[in-house]
Ligand binder design. Sequence first.
Ligand code: SAM
Length: 459
Amino acid sequence: MFINQEYIEGLLHNAESIPEADISKILDKAERMEGLSPQEVAALLVNDNPHNLRRIFLIADELKRRIYGNRIVMFAPVYVSDYCVNRCAYCSYNESHAFARRRLTMDELRDEVRELERMGHKRLALEAGEHDAMCPIDYILACIETIYDMRFENGEIRRVNVNIAATTEENYKKLKDARIGTYILFQETYCRKAYERLHISGPKSDYEYHLTAFDRAMKAGIDDVGGGVLFGLADPYFEVLGLMLHNEHLEKEFGVGFHTISVPRLRPAAGMDIADFTNLVDNETFEKIVAVIRLAVPFTGMILSTRENREMRGRLLKAGISQLSAGSCAEVGGYAQRGKSGGSNPQFTVNDDRDALSVVSGLIDDGYIPSFCTACYRSGRTGDRFMRLAKSGQIKNVCLPNALMTLCEYSMDYGGESFRRKADGAIRREIRCIENENIRLKTEQSLNKIRGGERDLFI
Ligand code: SAM
């Protein structure tokens, strides 16, 4: 098995005695964008020399700029069903937690998607509890088809990522055929003991079945998979090494590792008491973890949700995050219900409740380019094809033009006059960073076409 508990503990133990000179060499290697081995990651995690920590943050910021420029990819979750047969101690969907459960009808889903599109979203993460009877794969497939079939005045949802429970190779084939973007699944914790204690019953309590989900997904032809752990369930450094070994395993077996890594942190939720969890991660440790992951896998997207508050989101963007959710609702039917009384059961309490436009606008104020781009997977740039492009440095000539075009589109369709001016200023500034002159000219032409009413232009 590619996750060996004693091996990870050994890595952390041995890392305590790594000399300072070696730490400096590890940081030099990270700076060269070569990525890091699990041993090197362990060394950075356990080292608490403030000088090294400062360097870790500087390099994380620098790598992010070099690889991603100022772009931040935007998305939002859509929860379709909270029926669940699992008893996960941290989750409000826990089978033993009594509340009125709900599964969206296709009409209700259309209402949700309409709200999300009204906010300007083009990329969704579809979320559901696990329940073969109430939420079978055919229901998930119908949801995906419904979302992709919807057309609005200003466009459509162009990419549906899916975060549903570990399933069979046959079901992954069906998801692949339904044209999903990334298949996202959090291991929750790589520590087998903690996993078995916290996943009390239900199919998810099978550590190995959950751990090998991406192997089945990859065999089924899904080549963009997104990993993650729920920080707060076990030793956070152990979790980071679990992620690294999992990534290494996928690279070895399938030629490509995680497309993205998510870093959710445990939040209070109905039906659980956060005080029962003794491994909660403080802000400083969390920030360091994000930065170390950025150094270790420089070309892997890193996703942050509204589990974090505005201030932490700002700090973590500098430490390496490249994708951010905005205007999110973590409950079934929550978007159409917003502002009305009632509501269902959020999976966790959201920590950044600004609307999407405020988040996007705030990002521009902070010097970022919010991107609504979904071009890569629609142009077949997935799996190792995407990674080769990223590693070649060409991402600048592809992603930046696409980001600017989608921001222009967003500003025309969803922002007011003053937002449009702000976005235009940012676009003018960034367009100069497109190194290839032909592409720069082509982007300028496309921006003019978008201002003239054309939509969905991309490279
Ligand atoms: N049912 C699928 C599964 O089992 O993987 C999808 C899971 S759920 C819709 C998405 C994620 O929310 C979970 O994987 C978990 O990490 C996270 N989550 C659950 N309870 C949480 C809490 N109290 N605070 C923060 N995140 C939580």
